[in-house]
Ligand binder design. Structure first.
Ligand code: GLC
Length: 693
């Protein structure tokens, strides 16, 4: 059952593409059956939670698989400092599920709203979920799956002990996924291992990486280029000093089955005399503007920049058409970044900081302590609320709903019948989504559906139809390895099947052990990329002792690529999840329900990654009889079959060294495992042998 509640005049976000035929629509109700709504200070909804109720969802958000006990703010944020109490990351994913083990009922809410949504999940009051927004203009969807109703898809398999078809949590997700559409899937090579680092930007860098991977026999399918390949960090340019013939370099590597994947950022340098893209976009009126119609400018990597108005479909089309400058050179994969949009500073922000500092310095002899105030002011310059409130998007009027600005007469920006101006902060969470959409549509048209790699940093519910995502600037921390385990199933609930994190961690210096343990989960995630920040310890595998240990783990990944890809295809098409919390398969198992550090993978497997330092194993809960496969360098990683052990239901301490892969298979299941290869183009599916549980 799906109920849609329309309040006020919502912005048409494009998140939902298919509303169920038997769904019901209600307009401007004062009461809803699942909680209390209030129109004070915008809109809020309060849902009672009993003590044992679990809350799942919210996609990329920080926190556990069970979201209780924390506040989350759905606001796309450039957040390089991902410490535990942060409330927002790069994605805005307003879907959550409430499951009561007592009643065995599950209901879900999707808040279709393009700006800030705050979720207080039992933090202020332990028994209350409170969702608040600033405007009472939204579509609110309530989903309640019927355990006995027929499945949406026919190609279900069943488990021996429990029929996952009947799992109410999984069923609920699948109803939602049907509403938001099928997921993007890249070509097979994008499931191969990919090497990246902020700093790679020349022909020399690329050949060095390639040669080293070959020398150490580590499989590889792609090398990434970060902003350094561009001329002065300007989109759609290539620094000719670093690349004599960019097209030739790309083609040469492609002949060796290695794809080059450059980055494209949202900001365009504000230099119309020097920058072609800036000149063309300014002439066409395709950049975001302030109320007085001057261009909105803020600092990002290229310096003071202007921002394409992705909410204006014509502007989006034009921006995306520039990708041809790179696809014509043989590029078939991109990562798009800084599209929250990240704003390092604005001119207004810097002037404000200067005047605050001047005031403080004048008072310094009277109040030394006030110096701290400047520190806070400096930090506030970045991603400043006032900046997000200062610029506008030109949006097709039918989409804008009650979000269009009513300018007083005399303003330079004016609404027309076809277009309305909408202040950025009111639609903030759509910016990265719309960028992803226009780029994906362009690449689909020019290279063909499913034949390009694209993933984005910022995202919104619905982005999954157009690209994958990565989880942004994590750190080389054990806690971020653990966080990633919790993010994966939540991302899958929203259809982000092609997703991954910076393996090894982006910020900070990675240890050999942590990098190996990151690979322990990375071998299973569709997006498998090692990426790190400028200035951190170099984390290419061959920079560490015994690179063959890394090569073995990556080889194992290649052995399961055909299986993983086929499973991901099913997930994308049929609204299934590649990674699930254990509760999605074992709803009636009180222990499984609370497990946060093991995941179900595809239909057949369970994984339990090690995420603690200096560990030579971990405790694993086996929810039903399973076969454990231990893959070592002698058996299973590179050749042969992993060592099998049958385990009945219960808890076990499993020895699990960092150069091994351990996973668990449900009884009666089997997966194809083929021979390892240097890259996906050389994988030979006919070598597959079944590993049976
Ligand atoms: C951002 C991205 C990171 C990239 C860097 C430089 O921080 O998240 O992946 O390396 O910008 O482009």
């Amino acid at each position: 059952m799906v109920l849609k509640y329309v309040f006020g005049s919502p912005f048409q976000t494009e998140s939902v593409v298919c509303f169920p035929e038997d769904g019901k629509v209600f307009e401007n109700e004062k009461k809803v059956p699942f909680g209390k709504i209030s129109f004070e200070d915008g809109f809020s909804i309060s849902v009672p939670l009993d003590e044992k109720t679990l809350v799942f969802g919210l996609g990329e958000a920080m926190g556990g698989i069970n979201k209780r006990g924390k506040i989350y703010r759905s606001w796309c944020t450039d957040e390089p400092n991902q410490v535990e109490d942060k409330e927002s990351l790069y994605g805005a994913h307003n879907f959550l599920m409430i499951y009561s083990p007592k009643t065995k009922e599950c209901s879900a809410l999707f808040i279709d709203y393009p700006s800030l949504v705050t979720y207080d999940v039992g933090f202020t009051f332990k028994d209350e979920l409170k969702i608040s927004l600033k405007k009472a203009d939204l579509n609110l969807y309530f989903i309640k799956a019927d355990r006995n109703a027929e499945e949406t898809s026919s190609s279900e398999e069943t488990s021996d002990s429990e029929n996952i078809q009947e799992n109410i949590l999984y069923k609920t997700v699948r109803i939602f996924r049907k509403m938001i559409g099928k997921s993007y899937l890249p070509p097979l090579w994008a499931f191969g291992f990919m090497q990246s680092r902020w700093g790679y930007g020349s022909e020399k860098d690329l050949s060095e990486v390639y040669e080293n991977f070959r020398k150490h026999k580590i499989p590889l399918d792609a090398i990434f280029l970060d902003i350094d390949y561009m001329k002065d960090f300007r989109d759609f340019t290539v620094d000719e000093k670093k690349f004599k013939d960019f097209g030739k370099t790309v083609r040469n590597l492609k002949e060796k089955n290695v794809h080059i994947v450059p980055i494209i950022d949202a900001g365009i340098p504000s230099e119309p005399e020097k920058d072609e893209t800036c000149k063309a976009g300014t002439e066409k009126g395709f950049f975001c503007r302030m109320k007085d119609s001057s261009l909105f400018k803020a600092g990002v990597w290229p310096g003071l920049s202007v921002f394409p108005d992705f909410l204006n479909p014509e502007a989006g089309k034009w921006f995306a058409s520039n990708f041809e400058k790179l696809t014509s050179k043989g590029i078939d994969g991109f990562w798009i970044d800084m599209n929250e949009p990240a704003l390092f500073y604005s001119e207004q922000g810097v002037f404000h900081l200067i005047s605050e500092s001047e005031k403080t310095f004048k008072e310094i002899d009277r109040n030394f302590f006030s110096l701290w105030h400047i520190k806070d002011e400096v930090l506030k310059v970045q991603n400043k609320t006032e900046d997000y409130e200062s610029f506008y998007h030109k949006v097709p009027s039918p989409e804008a709903g009650g979000f269009s600005e009513n300018f007083s007469s005399g303003a330079s920006l004016e609404n027309s019948r076809d277009f309305s101006y909408v202040r950025h902060d009111l639609v903030h969470n759509l910016y990265g989504f719309k960028m992803t959409k226009c780029v994906s549509e362009f690449l689909s048209g020019s290279l063909g559906k499913n034949s390009f790699l694209l993933f984005s940093r910022a995202s919104f519910t619905g982005s999954h139809r157009f690209a994958g995502i990565w989880t942004g600037d994590n750190c080389s921390w054990w806690s971020h390895l653990e966080l990633f385990i919790k993010q994966l199933p939540s991302l899958n609930m929203l259809g982000f099947i092609y997703s991954g994190c910076d393996l090894g961690g982006f910020g900070g210096n990675v240890s050999r052990e942590l990098l190996l343990r990151f690979l322990g989960i990375g071998v299973f995630t569709p997006l498998m990329r090692n990426h790190s920040a400028l200035g951190t310890r170099e984390q290419e595998f061959y920079k560490f002792e015994n690179p063959e240990d890394f090569a073995n783990l990556v080889s194992f990944r290649y052995r399961i690529i055909p299986y993983l890809y086929a499973e991901a295809e099913k997930c994308a098409e049929e609204g299934k999840m590649l990674f699930r919390p254990l509760s999605f398969d074992y709803e009636n198992d009180e222990i499984a329900l609370r497990i946060e550090d093991q995941l179900m993978l595809c239909d057949d497997l369970m994984i339990a990654p090690v995420y603690k330092p200096n560990a030579s194993g971990r405790f694993v809960y086996i929810p039903e009889e399973m076969t454990m496969f231990r893959c070592t360098k002698e058996k299973g990683l590179k050749t042969g079959e992993g060592e099998k052990t049958s385990l009945s239901r219960g808890s076990y301490y499993i020895p699990y060294e960092k150069d091994e892969i351990v996973f668990f298979m449900k009884k009666g299941r089997r997966i194809p495992v083929c021979d390892a290869a240097e890259n996906t183009a050389l994988l030979d599916k006919t070598t597959a042998k079944f590993w049976e549980g």
